[in-house]
Design a protein. Structure first.
Length: 371
């Protein structure tokens, strides 16, 4: 699971301050998503700066009895306007708005995700025999380790750079899209951990000492894959913002617009597959995470775009059964994912609240001239 914190988000102020202690683990998540550089004029706070500011005050202000000398305007143009906040604080606010909508409940191998009272997806833990069958795919993917080494190492910490290669993402250009995609990834971490707990499953290394992963194996459940959950959530939100198309449409259409919408999902698929190449996940882990991520990303879109209550997608169930010896081993494919997902639901006019307003502004960043 990739962890996401406040890394670059507060610029170099905290930069090397925490050194490699927390590593890149909490680096890129809120980093690229919540903005670069300082949050105010000048450099980061320090004892020397505070002392200098005190001296400057004493030298230029003179006597002051506490009487107000200015009458500031209200912050923002209304409750939905959060432009007055720094990118870091906007990210915190988006997290506070999104997180309460989502719950994951379950017990002993089964978990269900709910969004605003709507059941979206139920995940069932496979039997141990299914995981044993999957070892053949882990073995086959290990042949790609030398080729995928740079990707795998970068993707343990940084996922956003790979989406930024699909469509330009920067705080000064498409910055609202960057913040929403980053918030989606952080929300995915919030959702994936209870899924992992209720469906807790052993990792490939636990089934065979010959796996010998090329990176350190995380201590939490193999199923579902956190990386897959995060990147498919990000892909769904990015595709919706760029094109307006949902995951099922992106995976089944054939126009130029569908090709554009499909590219974030191709990135997500490669990132997810790399976790099997590294030896820390089974393909069914990634498939389960992909289904959760697409459903989660679509829920974010629907919460922002005001569908009717009856238009929420039906609940889907994800399970994996033992295969016959004559069947090819299961692997994550877009055909499987499109067949598993509920039909896309088209949102209506975005809400005028914070989430809907920010979604509208983010989607507007991708408006283009016709070819």
């Amino acid at each position: 699971m990739a962890e996401f914190g406040k890394g670059q988000g507060k610029g170099q102020g905290k930069g090397q301050g925490k050194g490699q202690g927390k590593g890149q683990g909490k680096g890129q998540g809120k980093g690229q998503g919540k903005g670069q550089g300082g949050d105010h004029a000048g450099g980061p706070g320090s004892g020397m700066l505070s002392s200098a500011l005190i001296a400057t005050h004493d030298g230029i202000v003179g006597y002051w009895d506490g009487t107000a000398s200015r009458n500031p305007l209200p912050f923002g143009k209304g409750d939905a306007d959060i432009s007055y906040l720094s990118a870091t604080v906007r990210g915190d606010l988006l997290d506070s708005i999104l997180t309460p909508y989502f719950t994951v409940t379950g017990s002993d191998g089964t978990a269900t995700m709910t969004a605003d009272g709507h059941k979206l997806l139920t995940l069932n833990r496979p039997s141990r025999d299914v995981f044993r069958q999957q070892l053949a795919m882990v073995r086959a993917y290990s042949d790609l380790r030398d080729d995928r080494l740079p990707e795998i190492l970068e993707q343990t910490e940084d996922l956003l750079s790979f989406f930024g290669a699909v469509g330009y993402l920067d705080t000064d250009r498409n910055g609202k899209s960057l913040e929403l995609i980053s918030a989606a990834i952080r929300l995915a971490v919030h959702v994936e951990m209870p899924f992992k707990h209720f469906c807790r499953s052993a990792r490939p290394i636990d089934f065979a000492h010959q796996v010998q992963p090329m990176i350190q194996t995380p201590d939490h459940s193999s199923y579902p894959s956190g990386h897959a959950t995060e990147v498919f959530t990000a892909a769904t939100v990015m595709a919706r913002l760029m094109t307006g198309l949902g995951p099922k449409a992106a995976m089944t259409g054939s126009s130029t617009l569908h090709d554009i919408a499909m590219m974030p999902f191709k990135v997500a698929h490669r990132v997810a597959t790399n976790r099997s190449v590294a030896g820390v996940h089974f393909p069914i882990d990634s498939a389960a995470g992909a289904a959760i991520g697409c459903a989660l990303g679509e829920a974010i879109y629907l919460l922002a775009t005001n569908p009717n209550e009856s238009e929420w997608p039906p609940e889907i169930t994800v399970s994996f059964a033992e295969q016959a010896d004559t069947d090819p081993p299961f692997d994550l494919t877009f055909d499987w994912l499109a067949d598993t997902l509920a039909d896309d639901v088209q949102g209506d006019t975005p809400h005028t609240d914070i989430l809907g307003t920010y979604w509208s502004k983010a989607a507007a960043e991708w408006e283009e001239l016709p070819l």
